[in-house]
Design a protein around this ligand. Structure first.
Ligand code: G3P
Ligand code: MG
Length: 248
């Protein structure tokens, strides 16, 4: 999958233009021609997989509460758009299945990040895989998590789906570690995606999918990132990256 110019994925959808992790943000990604989207998954009290970044709804909706203590019905009442702008009033927290339903007829790839960092949501790996199978998207999904036990569990039940390890510290020889887990990709933040790390990963047969922590878009820096030989760039500014990449 190594290409000279990276694929561009919309981080939490086009989160620079729409409220993150909402259907508007994902539809926008399709509209701007992103190669894929990245989203974050948690589970409700009554067992529904839903798309939200934090463990709580406090930051991105008009409600308060811990997702795993709330039912789908509780969650469906919340406004997940107004915090971002009045134009998005009434936007809901999407279920993972709704997003698969929208993406399935397109050619976009999908990076599902399982947010098992604090709550482990036992069984979430099987439940996620069942949905991926239902929509026949096994070859279009990349499954990642900061919780590498989650990644391993998923890999064991779904060996044909690509997996990657997320990390945000200076791992020593991440390609060796990733290969020992049997995953296909590294998911470092871009400030940890140095040339040596990328080259060693490629030599080990891995791909590198970089993301940004507290991203600000800057044209000159973006050009450098586009030339850095990462395979996928996961950005809040996919439209800007696509226009730079495709004219350059
Ligand atoms: O998957 C890349 C990135 O989303 C990881 O960090 O906190 O934005 O989910 P976070
Ligand atoms: Mg994420």
């Amino acid at each position: 999958m190594h290409t000279k110019k990276p694929l561009i994925f919309a981080h939490r959808g086009v989160s620079s233009q729409c409220p993150e992790n909402t259907l508007s943000a994902f539809r926008k990604a399709i509209e701007v021609g992103a190669d894929g989207i990245e989203l974050d998954v948690h589970r409700s009290k009554d067992g529904h997989l839903l798309v939200c970044h934090d463990e709580t709804v406090d930051r991105t909706t008009d409600g308060k509460g811990v997702i795993q203590e709330m039912t789908r019905k509780d969650l469906s009442k919340l406004d997940a758009g107004s915090w971002f702008g009045t134009a998005f009033k009434g936007e809901r927290i999407p279920m993972l299945e709704e997003v698969l339903n929208i993406l399935q007829p397109t050619t976009l790839l999908l990076n599902i990040e399982l947010k098992t960092d604090y709550f482990f949501y036992p069984g979430i790996e099987e439940e996620t895989y069942a949905l991926i199978q239902k929509y026949g998207m096994e070859d279009r999904v990349i499954l990642s998590s900061f919780n590498h036990y989650t990644v391993l569990r998923f890999r064991r039940i779904a060996p044909k789906v690509r997996t990657g390890i997320l990390y945000s510290c200076h791992l020593f020889a991440p390609h060796t570690y990733a290969s020992s887990l049997g995953v296909q990709a590294l998911h470092p933040p871009m400030h940890l995606a140095q040339t040596e790390i990328i080259e060693a990963a490629h030599e080990a047969g891995l791909t590198v999918h970089g993301w940004f922590s507290r991203e600000r878009f800057d044209v000159e820096r973006a050009k450098n990132y586009l030339g850095s030989y990462v395979d996928i760039l996961i950005t809040n500014y996919p439209q800007e990256y696509l226009s730079l990449r495709d004219k350059g």
